[in-house]
Design a protein around this ligand. Sequence first.
Ligand SMILES: Cc1cc2nc3c(=O)[nH]c(=O)nc-3n(C[C@H](O)[C@H](O)[C@H](O)COP(=O)(O)OP(=O)(O)OC[C@H]3O[C@@H](n4cnc5c(N)ncnc54)[C@H](O)[C@@H]3O)c2cc1C
Ligand code: FES
Length: 263
Amino acid sequence: MTEQKRQECARILKQEEISEGIFSLWIESAQIARDARPGQFAALYCKDRSRLLPRPISICEADPDGNRIRLVYRVAGAGTAEFSALGAGDTLEITGPLGNGYPSEEVSRNDGSALLIGGGIGIPPMLELAKRMHCEKTIVLGYRDHIFMADAFSAYGPVYIATEDGSCGSRGNVMDCIRENGLRGDRIFACGPTPMLRSLQAYAREHAIPCWLSLEQRMACGIGACLACICHTTETDEHSGVKNARICVEGPVFNATQIELKG
Ligand SMILES: Cc1cc2nc3c(=O)[nH]c(=O)nc-3n(C[C@H](O)[C@H](O)[C@H](O)COP(=O)(O)OP(=O)(O)OC[C@H]3O[C@@H](n4cnc5c(N)ncnc54)[C@H](O)[C@@H]3O)c2cc1C
Ligand code: FES
């Protein structure tokens, strides 16, 4: 049974634009800050009721001592544009934490090494993961052009950067960066666009490396009711009898061996 999360009216503590069109938002929520695990997300509701569906945004940081969470998002359309106009003291309807997050038993391991890989707007959720993991970590961040948040990761391990135009770090994508620098890890944790996840899935399979991928597919209800967010799985789901999983409930994090990332 899926636990229903309460919608709360949360106060905005701070919002700033940290790069072109990328916003960092601190929200007061004791409950989400206390319960959030790395890789989970929050559903944000628009005040403009012509946009009924909540917008899923990953939890970038959870600060239970300060009763606050941080979300970092790119303005993609009308909903995120509305959020970007909010400032300290404004309120926002929010539900969370939602989804499964990265497996707790993997996050808490302190043996071996991990590659933490974020691409584009998949970078923010890797920060809370980097903070919570105590094994040796190497962080790989892929950008189209503008760099954001890279400094925040340097406290948790060596950071390698890839940019499509080669303006910073390796030219190309995160796979080019991994190969160019001979980066290794016993386990892989990643979040980013589907082509990036697909190439990491192939790399992990080729080298028999356990790998967890967080998918950012479009969602509608965000609570498992509408099936708008399904992805294809390798195993048949015992309830539905089909090879599908709902990203909002069974995901967004999946073991790379359990999903098929179609083009
Ligand atoms: C689990 C999850 C976590 C996410 N975490 C983050 C995050 O931390 N930061 C962040 O910036 N974004 C994140 N997203 C994407 C974010 O939810 C969408 O960008 C947002 O809902 C767009 O809303 P909008 O009203 O501004 O744009 P809309 O008007 O709804 O759409 C504008 C454009 O964005 C595209 N779009 C909408 N949703 C997505 C999506 N899920 N993936 C790719 N393209 C999309 C649409 O196709 C359209 O072209 C996440 C998505 C999921 C499913
Ligand atoms: S968004 Fe409705 S089931 Fe996932």
